[in-house]
Design a binder for this molecule. Sequence first.
Ligand code: ACK
Length: 393
Amino acid sequence: MGWMMIPCSGNSNCKAKTKKKRKNKIELQDKPLDQIKPTSGFSKTSSILSVKEDPKDGGSDHIAAQTFVFRELAAATRNFRSECLLGEGGFGRVYKGRLESTNQVVAIKQLDRDGLQGNREFLVEVLMLSLLHHPNLVNLIGYCADGDQRLLVYEYMPLGSLDDHLHDVLPGKRRLDWNTRMKIATGAAKGLEYLHDKASPPVIYRDLKCSNILLGEGYHPKLSDFGLAKLGPVGDNTHVSTRVMGTYGYCAPEYAMTGQLTLKSDVYSFGVVLLEIITGRTAIDNTRGAGEQNLVAWARPLFNDRKKLSQMADPTLQGQYPQRGLYQALAVAAMCVQEQPNMRPVIADVVTALTYLASQKYDHETEPVQSSRLAPCTPPRTKRDSERKAQLR
Ligand code: ACK
């Protein structure tokens, strides 16, 4: 198949190995909860996590997360009215609201009050998002820890999640075209690259999936939901050992089996997301026949057969994608979902490959439509047809 040259750096932890071993290995989630109290804003360089700021990312001019009292957020969502409900995530409901003080439209996540895990998620998310700022990470505006209420206030992402556009598409809604898909994949990879390469210790996101990639104007993607994020290995350690958490279908096999988490676990999940973006299929689909229910298991044998690669493209693209671009995007996905973690590329190399792919814009007016997956009754459109159409305008 049309493999792209992605240097496979093998060990994601080689950078960490060259660093001085730290005395205190910090397991954020294993700290007693009462020791991780949210204060009104964290410094950019905390004792547990620091970030190499890049002026390009607009990190230095970022406004610190604010604290809200429950009353303000209840008013913003008109008492958490059902019409304001955007949806329900793993640990709570998300509402659309308008802050009375600034008139800003926001998304407010109200964490379930009964769970210890919900409280951990809240603390991890406040800590992580107060320190991490990048154009491809959702912005935390503030939080509320009033009594037993735990709420997080984010910038509102008007286009919802990637899931809504890829899988749960409402009838009549525009399907994502090839160029937009590549733009989203590249942005999501850049968000992950920031977590892996700019944070110290690196941050393992642990829950990369289409429903956690939110979309802003122009389909600008941002990673959201940092409740499961984990500080990565430091010093000579190659992994962190944790309870296995995440989402079935996206979880790297070695992490699912041993609980040993590395940056390559995220790269695997990214590969699954990229496969979903290319194929339009979901990571797990129990409505499909045996052999097709698990996306990676279905895709693996096809990766090795060039003749079958076109069959992997999302049928709703109606053949409107560049053949070479499809092969190359599939090559990147194939590398990311390899069984052996050290054979997967580091995310920086994935960003390089996808940035190139996203720059190769497909023009559906002038470029050929691929024939293998045309919708029934759609006559193949030739280059000449589209040229003729262009002349008629
Ligand atoms: O797929 P969605 O439309 O996008 O439904 C889910 C739901 O809340 C539960 O996670 C939506 N959501 C989460 N955070 C935001 C946000 N910052 N802006 C807009 N929608 C959001 C998500």
